[in-house]
Design a protein around this ligand. Structure first.
Ligand SMILES: N[C@@H](CCC(=O)N[C@@H](CS)C(=O)NCC(=O)O)C(=O)O
Length: 211
């Protein structure tokens, strides 16, 4: 398998964690999101992922999957061990809700494209962009903190999809110096996950394209 990835991309980070948890080997194809205006916009990459975003996962038969949550679902369906969702339907819904709170509500607001647009098209200063970034993470994390039941992972003793989404979002928050002291549960879950080799290996600084 080939993973089109960027070391700092949190959507790619989710996918790397999922691949590592399933014990699947893959080759990383780095797509630099800012060099030369962004390699994601090259015609070659657009042919791979018309959405011009990472990640994309190319399967051995040449099929290309996009959207980290869809890729992670695929991996969980095809490689069921260890499962990313609990067996109980209510717990499954809670895990998915936390994953979606991050992937659908928090992450899009502080993604590269929208931040670039605020800066160049709307002409905002970096301080305004940082304030925007902090605002949406803090608001989102207030809800995430209330939803978590660490034990030691987001929803008990097994890693789930919720952890796969949470850890990369915490990494983003730390990179942008968002204070995390009011989120003790988030910080504890993050630390428990990062102690696992599958999470550690997926960290941005451990990627072949890390800068
Ligand atoms: N919902 C998508 C988000 C993918 C995404 O937006 N990736 C970002 C990096 S984290 C990207 O490639 N951005 C490029 C751009 O906005 O130009 C997923 O989960 O895969």
């Amino acid at each position: 398998m080939k993973l089109y990835s960027f070391f700092r991309s949190s959507a790619a980070y989710r996918t790397r964690i999922a691949l590592n948890l399933k014990g699947l080997a893959y080759d990383t194809v780095p797509i630099h999101l800012s060099k030369d205006g962004g390699k994601q916009f090259s015609p070659e990459y657009k042919a791979i992922n018309p959405q011009m975003r990472v990640p994309a996962l190319e399967l051995p038969n040449g099929d290309v999957l996009t959207q980290s949550l869809a890729i992670i679902d695929y991996l969980d369906e095809v490689y069921p061990e260890p499962p990313f969702l609990p067996t109980d339907a209510v717990q499954r819904a809670k895990v998915r809700a936390l994953a979606q709170a991050i992937a659908c509500d928090i992450h899009p607001l502080n993604n590269v494209g929208p931040l670039k647009y605020i800066k160049s098209a709307l002409g905002k200063e970096q301080s305004a962009i940082d304030a925007w970034y902090h605002h949406w993470i803090l608001l989102g994390f207030d809800a995430v903190e209330a939803l978590l039941h660490p034990g030691p992972y987001s929803f008990g003793p097994r890693v789930t999809l919720a952890d796969i989404c949470l850890v990369p979002q915490v990494a983003n928050a730390r990179r942008f110096k968002v204070p995390l002291d009011r989120f003790p549960k988030i910080v504890a879950v993050d630390a428990a996950c990062l102690a696992l080799p599958a999470f550690d290996k997926a960290r941005p600084e451990n990627q072949p394209d890390a800068e």
